[in-house]
Design a binder for this molecule. Structure first.
Ligand SMILES: NC(=O)c1ccc[n+]([C@@H]2O[C@H](COP(=O)([O-])OP(=O)(O)OC[C@H]3O[C@@H](n4cnc5c(N)ncnc54)[C@H](O)[C@@H]3O)[C@@H](O)[C@H]2O)c1
Length: 366
């Protein structure tokens, strides 16, 4: 079993992946600055994985709070820290050898990236570079990167294969493409004297849903920018209606089509990726993680209403700048390289998202 460092593990996808990795038997160190994550997410993960809290401690600086859980030989440590600071990252390597890093920490809102590009280049690109440098210093060279289908921009062919051109159309996508380029350069840098890097760039399509327990899920700050949290807020009466941006796209019902992937399928994809990297010789894998199926906004609304017996009023609005008609993955390379594919359907996605929302209408801030 491996010892894994998870950056941004207290966030949405990171917390679900922590649970999947613990259930596979791995031990974890999580680092998060809680700018968009919660200690409660990791508490819930520890509970779901059957770990007991061992201790909580704070170092001289308040930034360095730590929490520890354990069961038998398996452990989970949560460190409060910023990935842009080498000293914070170094704490994770202090007490144990780290076999691999799964790097989720980052900023992820397209519109915000247009308004605050320097923040995105700082956290997403400079932060990733810092993580890689501390890894190299500690002789850890296995890295799983949270990339995004955003790197494809307006893809000309659907389903989108990994060979499609990388042509992002917003600063968020540019930062993901820049880190991917840094990783390709790093993979090519190993020579006879340098051990090679094992790297996976995972291009997620649209992560949705929550763990089936309803104990962890997506907890957006302010107005959600993703569809499912918005649908949940409308269904529960927190918002009057869902705004559907664009009803004149070249799709069967005119609304945008996306490839929605259940977050636990995505989490299990990370488990398959890191275990594949650790078992094989150094390489760089670039993989789409999606279901390969597209659903329109109106199909999502109908599926949600049907599954949960609720009503989701909506209004059709004009298109948003930068949106595209259809984004659907060709997931065949991930299937053949990782032996992984999605197994949860749209009804499961809708049921799990609604359960999480009903149990936690204000997210973790109860
Ligand atoms: N959610 C999506 O739709 C989506 C799609 C494609 C790719 N991604 C990528 O996946 C990753 C995880 O996304 P998510 O939806 O879980 O986001 P999230 O915001 O829920 O999680 C990110 C976590 O990183 C932490 N973080 C941010 N800056 C940090 C810093 N400087 N130091 C330490 N921790 C920091 C946040 O507190 C948060 O817990 C991101 O890199 C994102 O770009 C997300």
């Amino acid at each position: 079993m491996a010892n894994l460092l998870i950056t941004g593990g207290a966030g949405y996808i990171g917390s679900h992946t922590c649970l999947a990795l613990l259930q596979m038997g791995h031990s974890l160190v999580v680092i998060d600055d809680f700018s968009n994550g919660s200690v409660d997410a990791i508490r819930a993960v520890a509970r779901l994985a059957g770990l007991q809290q061992r201790s909580r401690s704070a170092s001289g600086q308040a930034r360095h709070h730590q929490w520890h859980w354990q069961q038998g030989g398996q452990h989970l440590t949560l460190l409060e820290g910023d990935i842009r600071l080498a000293a914070d990252l170094q704490l994770a390597f202090e007490d144990q050898a780290i076999d691999a890093v799964l790097h989720f920490a980052g900023l992820k809102a397209v519109a915000e990236s247009v308004a605050k590009p320097l923040d995105y280049w700082n956290v997403n690109v400079a932060g990733s570079r810092q993580v890689l440098e501390v890894m190299a210093d500690n002789h850890c060279r296995t890295f799983v990167f949270s990339s995004s289908a955003t790197v494809y921009g307006m893809a000309e062919r659907v389903p989108i294969a990994e060979t499609s051109p990388v042509q992002p159309i917003n600063p968020y996508g540019q930062t993901k493409a820049a880190v991917e380029q840094m990783l390709r350069d790093l993979a090519a840098s190993s020579g006879p004297a340098e051990p090679g890097w094992r790297i996976a760039c995972l291009r997620y399509f649209n992560p949705v849903g929550a763990h089936e327990s309803g104990a962890i899920g997506e907890d957006p700050d302010g107005v959600p920018s993703n569809l499912l949290p918005l649908i949940c807020q409308v269904a529960s009466g927190q918002r009057p209606a869902l705004q559907v941006y664009g009803s004149d796209w070249a799709t069967p019902d005119g609304t945008g089509v996306r490839d929605y992937i259940h977050v636990m399928d995505l989490a299990e994809g990370h488990g398959a990726a890191v275990e594949t990297l650790l078992a094989e010789p150094p390489q760089l894998l670039t993989l789409n993680l999606g279901s390969g199926r597209g659903h329109s906004v109106l199909q999502m609304v109908q599926a949600f209403e049907h599954t949960n017996g609720t009503s989701v009023p909506y209004e059709l609005c004009s298109r948003r700048a930068g949106d595209s008609a259809v984004s659907v993955a060709d997931p065949s390379v991930a299937r053949s390289r990782l032996g992984w594919q999605t197994s949860r359907d749209l009804a499961t996605i809708c049921r799990d998202a609604w359960r999480w929302h009903q149990q936690n209408p204000s997210g973790y801030a109860q």
